[in-house]
Design a protein around this ligand. Structure first.
Ligand SMILES: C[C@H](O)CC(=O)C(=O)O
Ligand SMILES: [Mn+2]
Length: 331
């Protein structure tokens, strides 16, 4: 019996931090650990979702279908989820993911663009996948727009709608307002995905639960874009203390985090000056490593690049603009 469904994103959002270099063995080991610990769902894909491996986003070391298959083969109870941004991933990617063992799909769009997801959501349902709509950069739209967009997802067949704080920008009361409004206006379940750029991932996840969300994302050791996500093993402990059932064994999940994920962390998953500025300025978390690169290339302070990206209201998919902004700041 689970009161809250935890979906671990270490193998998808964590792919951003890993520069998309996960090996098959690493994926297998983490997947086995998540399954043994009793995590209900975990996501496997390129950080930018199915089909994300590209020069724009970063090339994967291993084909994501191989990783999905390797992960699914380790599962006796857990279910593998995939993320797909329509246009970056196509319907065939979903079908191939199902053949590789995926059981759930989260169709992600910018917070004002749910209307591009109709075909993918319908197709995902047709394939028998548990299907969610995932509204990215949720700080960029007022609550009324989020409700409108969530209603679109629901009308296309989504069973869960996620509010996604891609920039780690939202404050707890802003999360409460958004989730509560969804709870009052849509019939499907509600999920929340946090980034820890302002050190608010846990507080925001708890605010989301309090307001009615039943699906919460986490990642082991917080491995994810920017300062990472709500730390899965900590979330399990906190919810256990609150008397909320997640079905996840605390010691087992701590062991996966410490013994399997910690040794492969490419760098400390901390709130650095730059990731903090991402949260502060409302910048897409997966821009962090691209910004670091652009800063070195053009000799410009990472923080200045990020503030300008925030001012321009850039969104995922505009990674090339990071270099353009750095170049213009140098001038
Ligand atoms: C494709 C993005 O990385 C999805 C996500 O995790 C977010 O927006 O946050
Ligand atoms: Mn994310």
């Amino acid at each position: 019996m689970r009161d809250i469904h935890i979906l671990d994103v270490s193998l998808r959002d964590g792919s951003h931090s890993m520069k998309h270099q996960y090996s098959e063995q690493q994926v297998r080991d983490i997947a086995r650990g998540l399954n043994q610990a009793g995590v209900e769902y975990f996501e496997v894909a390129h950080g930018d979702g199915l089909g994300g491996s590209s020069l724009q986003y970063g090339l994967s070391a291993v084909d994501e279908l191989k990783l999905i298959e390797a992960a699914a083969n380790e599962c006796t109870d857990s279910k593998v989820a995939v993320l797909l941004i329509p246009g970056i991933g196509i319907k065939d990617d979903l079908k191939n993911a199902v053949n590789a063992g995926a059981k759930m799909a989260r169709v992600a769009t910018h917070v004002t663009e749910a209307d591009i997801s109709a075909q993918h959501i319908a197709y995902s349902r047709e394939l028998g996948l548990k299907t969610a709509g995932f509204l990215m950069m949720a700080h960029m739209a007022p609550t009324s727009v989020i409700v409108e967009q969530a209603k679109l997802f629901e009308s296309y067949g989504a069973e869960i709608v996620y509010v996604t704080d891609s920039a780690g920008y939202l404050l707890p009361d802003q999360v409460t307002e958004r989730i509560r409004a969804l709870k009052e206006n849509i019939g499907c379940e509600i999920g929340f995905h946090a980034h820890n750029n302002m050190s608010l991932a846990m507080a925001n996840s708890l605010a989301a639960i309090e307001a009615g969300a039943t699906y919460i994302d986490g990642s082991l050791r917080a491995l994810g874009a920017g300062s990472g996500n709500t730390q899965t093993e900590v979330l399990v402990a906190v919810l256990q203390r609150m008397g909320i059932q997640t079905g996840v064994d605390l010691y087992n999940i701590i062991d996966v985090a410490n013994d399997i994920v910690a040794p492969i962390l490419p760098r400390p998953q901390e709130i650095s000056g730059s990731s903090l500025i991402m949260g502060y300025a409302g910048v897409y978390s997966s821009f962090l490593l691209h910004t670091e690169k652009a800063s070195k290339q053009f000799g410009v302070d990472e923080r200045d690049i990020l503030v300008e990206l925030g001012r321009r209201k850039t969104v995922g998919g505009q990674e090339d603009l990071i270099y353009e902004v750095a170049q213009s700041l140098r001038k």
